[in-house]
Design a protein around this ligand. Structure first.
Ligand SMILES: *Cc1c(COP(=O)(O)O)cnc(C)c1O
Length: 359
């Protein structure tokens, strides 16, 4: 299928329209560009930041740190606001930081995939509106879109960045960014040129508008097959038998079920409390005396791939399990039962005994 085929244009256009619905936005502008989630950081930095402008990065793990690094590379003056491992910056901290300095953008990671920490997106956006209404609110939703509720318009989010391969359940390779009209206006008013050629919104905005209107348009070739795959997934999400609200509820319930099973084995979770715990994934500490090489190969033997640790402070001490998309919404697959049993059996095989007092 050619990217300029008349049959392809409406598929691209439909992705743009359906994406708005997934994020509860009427006027947000989606950008679908070949690349991975990381390209979203470049999109934000290259289009919304000019040299020496200030950015406040709420850091809840590896991905906050990396976003800060990307913003710095483009010349931003970055301040990071951290929290103890497993926690997220609280309202008071954010308010104080915003009062102390004027920031062009505030960024936060909705779900930090390195820690399993969920940030309170609504609270963060509200706090910015109260204290520093001009500051643009940027949400890294690579691991959150379609597994956590994101009310783009109601909460007043300015940019959501994502990718296809996590909650959206599509192969990797497509960067998904949605920008508010306010963010686009800030882009239009920049004094210097965008700091990137490929990811410049000046290049991509007309392309997105044309495709949405059903007209093929060219700046750089889109990954045609991925756009088809994304449309299939977005249709399932928005028009399938499970409503969007029900989808989020199922993610919350599955998360509780999985985390309870881990606690019943005597394991501790990385997030410090339930209200900072992601619903689409879990980060679980190994019990004393166990490490990734003791367990992960045993899981693999059972056809289950889980990720090792990523956060530099505790890299070797925990593992991560994704429970999002079809695994959650199509329980008839039996994925969760298989994963939980696989973990129980692998630990038993490695000689772990569930302490009495646990389940
Ligand atoms: C995975 C992830 C990224 C990076 O996405 P890639 O597609 O690997 O480039 C960025 N932020 C978060 C929160 C992620 O989970």
């Amino acid at each position: 299928m050619s990217h300029v085929s008349p049959a392809f244009a409406p598929v691209f256009g439909n992705c743009i329209k359906l994406l708005r619905k997934v994020l509860y936005t009427e006027s947000g502008q989606p950008f679908l560009v070949a690349g991975s989630g990381t390209l979203g950081w470049d999109a934000v930095a290259a289009n919304l930041i000019e040299k020496d402008e200030k950015a406040l990065v709420l850091n809840t793990g590896y991905f906050g740190e990396a976003f800060a690094d990307c913003l710095s590379l483009y010349g931003a003056d970055v301040t990071q606001l951290g929290a103890p491992l497993g926690g997220a910056p609280i309202k008071k901290q954010i308010t104080e930081a915003l009062k102390k300095d004027k920031y062009k953008v505030l960024t936060f990671t909705h779900v930090d995939t390195s820690t399993g920490v969920l940030s309170n997106a609504k609270m963060i956006a509200e706090t910015v509106k109260e204290v520093s209404p001009e500051t643009l609110v940027v949400l890294d939703g690579v691991c959150a879109v379609a597994s956590e509720e994101i009310r783009f318009d109601d909460w007043g989010i300015d940019v959501v960045i994502s990718a296809t391969q996590k909650g959206l359940g599509v192969p990797p390779g497509l960067s998904v960014v949605v920008a508010s009209q306010k963010a686009l206006k800030v882009f239009e008013q920049r004094k210097s040129l965008p700091a990137s050629y490929y990811i410049s919104w000046a290049k991509w905005l007309p392309v997105m508008k044309n495709y949405e209107a059903g007209t093929p348009s060219y700046f750089a070739t889109p990954p045609v097959q991925l756009i088809y795959a994304l449309e299939t997934s977005l249709k399932t999400i928005m028009e399938g038998k499970v409503s969007l609200e029900e989808r989020f509820k199922m993610h919350r319930e599955t998360s509780v079920k999985f985390k309870t099973a881990m606690k019943d084995m005597g394991f501790k979770l990385l997030p410090l409390s339930d209200d900072t715990s992601a619903n689409g994934m879990s980060a679980v500490y190994f019990p004393d005396g166990f490490k990734a090489p003791d367990i992960l190969p045993k899981m693999l033997k059972r056809d289950i791939v889980v990720a090792a640790g990523l956060h530099k402070d505790v890299k070797d001490r925990y593992f991560r399990v994704g429970h999002m998309g079809v695994t959650v919404v199509n329980p008839e697959r039996g994925d969760m039962e298989k994963i939980i049993k696989g973990i129980q059996d692998s630990f038993a095989e490695a000689g772990y005994k569930v302490p009495s007092g646990s389940a």
